[in-house]
Design a protein around this ligand. Structure first.
Ligand SMILES: N[C@@H](CCC(=O)N[C@@H](CS)C(=O)NCC(=O)O)C(=O)O
Length: 212
């Protein structure tokens, strides 16, 4: 049995399928060709055993033997230490990958998440709060655009930073938020064309469909 066990919900509604964050971990595992298995935790309840692994009652978490890790960024850094396909060994490229991993989560996702929650809830964007979130996200995308126009991947080669950044931007794209940002759109297309993403995405869809 594989030492690496990725846990996600046993089922989720149609809407978030294909976007649940276990996909980031599946994607990394596939890129690095590490063997793993997937376990499920109930979506409708939060048992103490779930909270013991993920204190916020969320997914994903990963166990690696005795070690249990939550937060997709922390999990990807852990996997990065196992494979140069995820985290380059050259110090400069490695440092770039780590800073961009945090930028994806802490500078871009922190702006995109409230924006996409409004979109999920069907908000038409007319309220002052929705306009504020829209401006906030657009500013981040505007700054990211020249960066992504100038390079293929965020660090020297494809890395965990790209898994996170592309996954964050993918959700924005779902609600047409990347329109007018050609480089961001092209980057998402490039990243999601990778066989490891396609496999991770198909596997997540199949996992949730199994429980319907
Ligand atoms: N910062 C966490 C966020 C995890 C997260 O938001 N997970 C979602 C699924 S994509 C979840 O479990 N949502 C249900 C909940 O918040 O109760 C990470 O990156 O791992």
């Amino acid at each position: 049995m594989a030492d690496l066990v990725l846990t996600t919900y046993d089922w989720v509604p149609e809407m978030p399928r294909g976007y649940v964050r276990d996909l980031r971990v599946r994607w990394a595992l596939e890129e690095a060709q590490l063997s793993y298995r997937v376990a499920s935790t109930p979506f409708r309840t939060r048992e103490p055993a779930h909270l013991a692994h993920q204190p916020f009652g969320q997914v994903p978490w990963l166990t690696d033997g005795e070690l249990s890790i939550f937060e997709s960024g922390a999990i990807l850094l852990h996997l990065g230490a196992k494979s140069a396909a995820l985290l380059p060994s050259d110090p400069q490229a490695r440092s770039a990958a780590i800073e961009w991993l945090f930028a994806a989560l802490n500078s871009v996702e922190m702006a995109s998440l409230p924006w996409s929650l409004l979109k999920f809830s069907g908000d038409t964007g007319d309220t002052p709060m929705a306009k504020r979130f829209d401006e906030f996200l657009k500013l981040r995308l505007q700054r990211l655009e020249p960066v992504l126009a100038a390079r293929e991947w965020l660090a020297q080669s494809f890395s965990v930073a790209d898994i996170l950044m592309a996954d964050v931007l993918r959700l924005v794209d779902r609600f047409d938020g990347l329109d007018g940002h050609r480089a961001c759109k092209g980057y998402v297309a490039r990243a999601t064309a990778r066989p490891a993403f396609k496999k991770a995405h198909a596997d997540q869809m199949a996992h949730f469909a199994k429980a319907d």
